[in-house]
Design a protein around this ligand. Sequence first.
Ligand code: BG6
Length: 485
Amino acid sequence: MVSRVIPVEAFDLVIFGGTGDLARRKILPGLHRRFLAGQMPANARVIGAARAELDDESYREMVRGAIAEFGDPQDQDADGIARFVAQLHYVRVDARGDTGWKQLGRRLRKDVIRAFYFSVGPGLFEDLAARLHSFGIADAASRLVVEKPFGHDLPSARALNEVLARHFRENQIYRIDHYLGKETVQNLMAVRFANILFEPLWNAQYVDHIQITVAETVGVGGRGAYYDRSGAMRDMVQNHLMQLLCLIAMEPPSRFDPDAVRDEKLKVIRALEPVDPHHIVRGQYEADGDAPSFREDVGDPRSLTESFIALRCHVSNWRWAGTPFYLRTGKKLRRRCSEIAVVFKDAPHAIFGQEAGRHCNILSIKLQPDEGMTLDVTIKEPGPGGMRLIDVPLDMTFAEALAKEIDIDDVPDAYERLIMDVMRGNQTLFMRGDEVEAAWAWTDPIIAGWESRGDVPRPYEVGSSGPEDAAMLMHRDGRRWREIR
Ligand code: BG6
């Protein structure tokens, strides 16, 4: 097995919100993994910045704890952790005041990449961006990383874009949608655009419909207040599912470069038709034994927010005219399973007769768990007794298919890959401002519609596939959801 890791150049990465949940769960354990893989150079530095009264040593201690709690069990070697935390520093900074900014400026080096990660609520973006400039800390070469949620609707997303644009150019801004950093999501582009096999069939003439499912087993946990304001539509569909839809539906870009790819994605979002309210099903999970219901989790017995949504939408362009895209996502469902299924049409003429049954090819792209792809192909069922047909999957589960080439445990997770892309200066897997705004422009009227109708989400059982009506959405069209497995 050959290591294909290419170290990035030296950098100073400042994490605002460096003691927060995201930093502890994802960013710092992710950097530690890249360090162990040899990708984070010895002269790179990470500077935690937050309001807590810490110094370098106590920050390192906190990060040790975060790696123990959220890092991989196989990455717990004390020596590796000690070498990693030696590259960490801490500056106490007040986003809304002047405390700490001069010290932060003095800590940064002149001749290395400077990146600033806003791992804080969007309410602080303006203050941080302005102070980075007024204290002369950020310049035209600095990079800025911002997290979702990027706005709550179109006006707030526009306002955020404007705030950032006052101090940073678009080619300095890296808006994270961590779904774009998932291995299979990028593989989707490779499969579509590096093979001749699929692209000729990738259109309304041959594709019956497309299903995108992101099912989770977790509930809203400790994020009740945020989630009650967002719901599945804002939390998942406007960003993650929309990005998956774009990668499936977009035209081949002329080059694999950031703007060429993002231009094509933007065209897809702009081609999305408004969604008919009859083609939307919203749900809320019920209580399960002692486990609280959705309404109990968010602390509002009358909440009308959805923890589940299924909808049918259309991309109105030549390629996809008439092909429905079914999107579904929810919490506390049967399994954690994210999958895109491209369901091809039946063969135009059934030469084997009705008794052979109906068969169609399905390309299924599994994002998690067990990343990989399968292509269902119809063959003759072996044995005597005439021509009986069965569908068998051509299985490309990565862990098995690539076992000789790669160790699947070494594949960087989404955050690791995206942070390294920031250091490489590659924006391909980040959302551009106009993309985010276009996604809100499509989402807002849908939400306004159910709010004005006073739409009440349907209850669904924990561990199910969502409300019955979601199944009906498909049945009415003579189709079925794929099982969540
Ligand atoms: C986040 C959402 O963006 O994505 C969460 O805010 C959700 O509600 C999470 O649980 C899902 O991410 P993943 O990578 O676990 O599928």
